[in-house]
Design a protein around this ligand. Structure first.
Ligand code: NAD
Length: 256
């Protein structure tokens, strides 16, 4: 039977690539994004390619929006048993003493509280169905500190701890929950190789593979985790960063 999936932040980047890939894997996909127009474009593309999708505007940090999105998805199709918590914001780069209350709340609500809101609602329904697949899109900044990104780092570390706990609590009901930790991805939030900058050059100097990821490379890891052969992977956090976090990177640079 066709499974119903929710992908958040699916209007662009990793989320859009994931929504398209899951639709190709015979899932009906609710394409959620704060930006309704981009969500609609992705849903239309999926339908045009023969898949099933619909778009919804949803601010994932807001309880009412999350509850409404789940309820519309259930009414349109069925209980979503696949959940990709992907929507995320980076925020400005600055030191902790320059972070405002509003900025902290915005990043934590979007990146972390959203995961709680979706899972609190859907886990009991997944339990009833005896099946659930959840992937939380964290970051290598969920594994390592990063100067001038304290709130983002805190949100992504929180996601990984939360992922492990959900895995422990709900695994017995046929539900798996995993996190993925991308490095640098060619997206709005990530790095566009065409915008050659000092920052891009520093990333290249640290990256063993000397490039950023294409969103489809990250989407295919997500698709594996929620796909036919992903069922024994639970509570894991997969880095997908071209090897950036695998080395210290100060003893030598990576050029010959
Ligand atoms: P992106 O900016 O292309 O996509 C993020 C999407 O989330 C956008 O469509 C945006 O409209 C949506 N969004 C933002 N706030 C939202 C909200 N409150 N409610 C609903 N949707 C909202 O960026 P991306 O790179 O595809 O990012 C996807 C995820 O990957 C994020 O969680 C990000 O932290 C993570 N990530 C990205 C990178 C990278 O280099 N791009 C690296 C590590 C982790």
């Amino acid at each position: 039977m066709e499974k119903v999936a929710i992908v958040t932040g699916a209007g662009s980047g990793i989320g859009a690539a994931t929504a398209k890939l899951l639709a190709k894997q015979n899932m009906a996909v609710a394409v959620l994004d704060l930006n309704e127009q981009s969500a609609m474009q992705i849903a239309e593309q999926i339908e045009w390619e023969g898949g099933r999708a619909f778009a919804l505007r949803c601010d994932v940090g807001k309880k009412e929006d999350v509850e409404q999105a789940i309820s519309i998805t259930e009414k349109n199709w069925d209980t979503p048993l696949v959940l990709i918590n992907n929507a995320g914001v980076g925020g400005p780069f600055h030191r902790v003493d320059q972070v405002s209350d509003d900025e902290w709340d915005w990043i934590i609500n979007t990146n972390l509280k959203s995961v709680f809101l979706f899972t609190r609602n859907l886990l009991p329904k997944m339990k009833e169905a005896g099946f659930g697949r959840i992937v939380n899109v964290a970051s290598i900044q969920g594994l390592l500190g990063s100067a001038h990104s304290s709130t983002y780092v805190a949100s992504k570390h929180g996601m990984i701890g939360y992922t492990k706990t959900i895995a422990a609590e709900w695994g017995r009901y046929g539900i798996t929950c995993n996190a993925i930790c991308p490095g640098y991805v060619n997206s709005q939030l990530g790095i566009r190789p065409e915008d050659i900058s000092d920052y891009y050059q520093r990333v290249m100097d640290k990256s063993p593979v000397q490039r950023v990821a294409d969103p489809i490379e990250v989407a295919s890891l997500i698709a594996h985790l929620v796909g036919e052969f992903g069922g024994y992977i639970n509570g894991a956090s997969y880095t997908i960063d071209g090897g950036i976090s695998a080395h210290v990177g100060i003893t030598s640079n990576l050029t010959e």
